[in-house]
Design a protein around this ligand. Sequence first.
Ligand SMILES: Cc1cc2nc3c(=O)[nH]c(=O)nc-3n(C[C@H](O)[C@H](O)[C@H](O)COP(=O)(O)O)c2cc1C
Length: 180
Amino acid sequence: MFIELERKRRSIRKYKDKPVEPEKIELLVEAALYAPSSRAFRPWEFVVVQERALIAKLAKAKSSGSSFVAGAPLAIVVCADTEKSDVWIEDASIASTMILLAAESADLGACWVQIRNRSRDDTTTAEEHIREVLRLPDRVAVLAVIAVGYPDEVKTPHTKDELLYAQVHDTQFGKPWSKP
Ligand SMILES: Cc1cc2nc3c(=O)[nH]c(=O)nc-3n(C[C@H](O)[C@H](O)[C@H](O)COP(=O)(O)O)c2cc1C
């Protein structure tokens, strides 16, 4: 059941020193490309990076929250052609979620690293850094880097008790929804 994947998924930031097999990389890419998109415009552009030196450069996109990427054997940089859709952020976010869940289904660990709207230092943005490293054309914007690898950390799954059911409303805002 799909919900089982959701129940055990966690953000994994430590990876075994083991490459991700080509079939699994293909699965992640396929999962991303099946994502729904507004008006079926499919504005995404994905950059699949396995070269260690390049991954190390991606890990330097932000002063915090991205350094762990250096330990990942695979990074998928989720971008989009901003000229193809005015809702590319939504489209690219859905594709990113698909990659996270496909990774979980393939016994891989993954973590989303936010690039869009994040700064690198006082003068440059995380996106400018990625843009330079990957030589992206101007029309292509970066949403996130998804780091992927075989998990080298064990994380307790979230429990149903942690879920914010208080933020689910019944018919009208403020009227608590109760589980059937
Ligand atoms: C939009 C978004 C941006 C995120 N950015 C980062 C990030 O830059 N660095 C990072 O280590 N984790 C990042 N995460 C992962 C979150 O920290 C993580 O999903 C959250 O703490 C919940 O933990 P869980 O995924 O294990 O359930 C991001 C997640 C999302 C959805």
